[in-house]
Design a protein around this ligand. Structure first.
Ligand code: ASP
Length: 509
């Protein structure tokens, strides 16, 4: 008997749900610390669980400090020990487990600590399977962007058609992004998530994430618009490819594509044929990679959920709800309306046909890793021509980040509210302007949106350390905003194809 497997998008959906359940079940224990101690020659490790009180004794040549923690302080202990060990200070730990007659007793002591970590569970230790999946998609993305954009730009035929489609695409991207930020700002002003946060929660989050923030703020560059524009032009295109600098690759590929339309046909044709072949190879490769998509998605989600601190989600629930509500509005409201107004397609059917793009975007948190899937699905399931998908989609994956921009709007107002800043209209307009630019500059990989948020915070004078408040839930919100980012690209390709009078028709995948 032949077993009939569900369709690929259903397999991925099942993997997503199963991964979530698996990750929830094999969740990292938030009342457990794995402490590695001893001399470099004989390292031991011990599990410390369900403490009532923990003291960290931190010492260097000059002083000895004792820091005390109650239950549910796993994150603080991890953060402080990371900093202490980085500063090369000595650290020991004393854990008291239970009370008898009001006195703490049953002590466990560990000195010469080398590392304090969370435990690994089966859910977090299968992450490597997901990493293989993401790497395979990333491996395809750069050659695909290069080859398909060259062919895409060359196949637009003449410079006038190129300018028309290019102009429309960029206008579409910038206006939907501006709309998304405005939605984010309105929602944050209406929900006021920052005003629901107690002061002690704020202090706790600031201390837990201070180390991570110090690293992120350090790597941050100063934003200079003219410098950014100059930077779009690669000094060396191979260097741009080696460093996955998508904007520079897009620029180089489009330049080659345009010039191919003006040189002698006999010279241009073999070059176009070569890149067309390369692009087909990459797209075919996506089919093969998709064979392991359910496994990859399962592992990625299980590891993320297994590692995630749900306790943090509790403290940031209003903020998370505001972001997710805004993303939903952008997706079903704005995109639904755009599809209704500018195409003849049924929005519901549209969303159904791009399920695969959304589930891959959600689980990889990367528009770049999803791009090969976006291109294939738009081409095969919606019937958009290759000349449109190969131009509009790589450009979109690079510069169009509506979900990220919306999230940045909510996050900026949220942080301002927690710090007690009133943002006036001019400041909110500055946020719109800066977030459009920041979202263009955001690299299509996980977690960059929060780094670009620093630029926005700086532009209106909100303390950039404020990102410590939202870092704990960033991974989950990154997954959600990436879904909107990739959906926005697919909507753009559909609208542009309609404006070019392409005959679009849904096919089930
Ligand atoms: N992960 C997002 C993307 O790839 C970018 C971000 O917001 O961090 O689209």
């Amino acid at each position: 008997m032949k077993i009939k497997l569900p369709k690929l998008h259903n397999q991925i959906l099942i993997a997503l749900i199963a991964g979530t359940l698996f990750g929830t079940f094999f969740h990292v224990d938030q009342n457990l610390l794995v402490v590695t101690y001893g001399s470099t020659k004989s390292l031991n490790s011990i599990h410390i669980k369900d403490w009532e009180k923990i003291q960290l004794v931190v010492s260097d040549n000059e002083s000895v400090d004792t820091l005390s923690y109650n239950q549910n302080s796993q994150l603080e202990i991890l953060s402080v020990s990371k900093k202490v060990l980085k500063d090369k200070k000595g650290i020991s730990l004393i854990a008291a487990h239970s009370y008898v007659d009001g006195e703490l007793y049953q002590l466990k002591e560990v000195s010469e600590i080398r590392k304090i970590e969370k435990e690994k569970t089966i859910a977090t230790s299968i992450k490597w399977l997901g990493d293989i999946f993401i790497r395979l998609l990333n491996m395809i993305a750069i050659p695909l962007v290069l080859s398909s954009l060259i062919v895409g730009a060359a196949s637009l035929g003449d410079i006038r058609k190129f300018a028309r489609i290019g102009g429309r695409t960029i206008l579409f991207y910038i206006s939907t992004t501006a709309f998304a930020i405005i939605i984010g700002l309105v929602i944050a002003n209406v929900f006021q998530p920052g005003n629901q946060m107690p002061a002690d929660t704020k202090d706790r989050l600031m201390s837990v994430y201070q180390e991570d923030i110090a690293e992120k703020v350090q790597t941050q560059f100063d934003f200079d618009l003219t410098k950014e524009i100059v930077n779009v032009i690669p000094r060396n295109p191979f260097d741009a490819m080696a460093n996955s600098n998508m904007l520079q690759i897009v620029f180089f590929a489009v330049a080659i594509g345009i010039v191919l339309t003006v040189i002698n046909k006999s010279k241009a044709e073999p070059v176009i044929a070569f890149f067309d072949g390369l692009s087909d190879v990459m797209i075919k490769m996506v089919d093969y990679v998709m064979i392991i998509a359910p496994l990859g998605v399962f592992a990625l989600i299980a590891a993320t959920i297994g590692e995630f601190g749900f306790e943090i989600l509790g403290t940031l629930i209003w903020y998370a709800i505001a972001v997710i509500f805004g993303l939903g509005l952008q997706m079903f409201g704005v995109y639904g309306l755009i599809l209704k107004l500018f195409t003849k397609l049924n929005p519901l059917q549209f969303f159904r046909s791009i399920r695969r793009i959304q589930t891959i975007g959600f689980s990889t948190s990367s528009s770049a890793a999803t791009l090969p899937v976006t291109m294939e699905v738009c081409n095969e399931n919606i019937g958009i021509s290759k000349s449109i998908t190969s131009f509009v989609l790589p450009l979109g994956a690079t510069i169009n980040m509506d979900g990220t921009a919306l999230y940045q709007g909510v996050a900026a107002v949220f942080i301002a509210q927690v710090f007690g800043f009133e943002l006036n209209l001019t400041q909110q307009l500055t946020i719109v302007f800066t977030a459009v630019l920041a979202s263009i500059g955001t690299a299509p990989v996980p977690g960059v949106g929060i780094i670009m948020l620093i630029i926005i915070l700086r532009s209106v004078g909100i303390p950039q350390e404020g990102i410590a408040l939202i870092l704990g839930v960033d991974r989950i919100l990154d997954m959600c905003r990436t879904v909107v980012n990739v959906t926005g690209d697919a909507v753009a390709a559909t609208v542009i194809a309609t404006s070019e009078k392409e005959n679009l028709e849904f096919k089930s995948a």
